[in-house]
Write a protein that binds this ligand. Structure first.
Ligand code: SAM
Length: 216
């Protein structure tokens, strides 16, 4: 085994550094999107905008996946693959598991595949093309880890669709929890009857970690 973890390897760090530097231009590239736009229209309009997870949030994802050693990791919202790189580095360093990303912008899918390949972790990543509410329906369980980082109004439907396949003890990490648009999701996971035990982390725009207790 290498003494440099994949996460801190020059091959991964070079790609991450480049992606974070390019993402600095997000504000200048962000288009105005009509409020009634569909998820696909929003994805197409935002095809050049990264909206990446924070570096600290990425390190948290790496640590959680290293510790839990999940066989199946689901990522709702891949974009250019920044969060995918943290998840895939953890799976690679675990020596077991696979990351299933989801993305509906064709341009971003191509870019994310190229980025994970360049970083040397492409073997443990599959990016499902299309609307995650549909592409994730066929993914077999048990699912041990979920990152929610797609469009915020879809956090609840995506999670509810995955619930029958979540492993007891699975971790669900939602990004951008300080956004008003995530309030409904927080209400859902924080309702004890829904089967989660939660903790908030002040990384980036806020993250909520929810442990699936395995209620049936
Ligand atoms: C906030 S960005 C994801 C950032 C990414 N996790 C990272 O750290 O770089 C949200 C992404 O989710 C994608 N997305 C939103 N809704 C989706 C859906 N229903 N199915 C698949 N992808 C979706 C968008 O196209 C967008 O690229």
């Amino acid at each position: 085994m290498s003494i440099v973890a994949t996460m801190r390897s020059p091959q991964v760090m070079k790609v991450l550094d480049r992606l974070y530097a390019d993402a600095e231009l997000d504000d200048s590239r962000r288009p105005s999107v009509p409020e009634n736009a569909t998820a696909q229209q929003r994805a197409d309009a935002m095809a050049e905008v990264y909206l990446p997870i924070s570096p600290q949030g990425g390190d948290l994802l790496y640590a959680l996946v290293r510790n839990g050693k999940p066989e199946t990791v689901v990522e709702f919202g891949t974009s250019f693959g920044v969060s995918t790189l943290f998840l895939a580095a953890a799976v690679t360093d675990n020596g077991t598991g696979h990351v299933y990303g989801t993305e509906m912008s064709a341009a971003k899918i191509a870019a994310a595949r190229s980025n994970v390949d360049e970083a040397g972790v492409g073997e443990v990543v599959t990016i499902l093309e299309g609307d995650a509410t549909q592409t994730l329906a066929e993914l077999p369980g048990p699912i041990g880890f979920v990152l929610l980082d797609g469009w915020k109004d879809l956090y609840v439907p995506v999670l509810r669709g995955l619930e029958p396949r979540l492993a007891p003890g699975a971790l669900v990490v939602a990004d951008n929890t300080s956004f008003a648009t995530v309030a409904g999701y927080l209400d859902y996971v924080r309702e004890p009857a829904n089967g989660y035990v939660n903790a908030s982390f002040p990384t980036g725009d806020g993250m909520e970690i929810s442990c699936w207790t395995g209620r049936s």
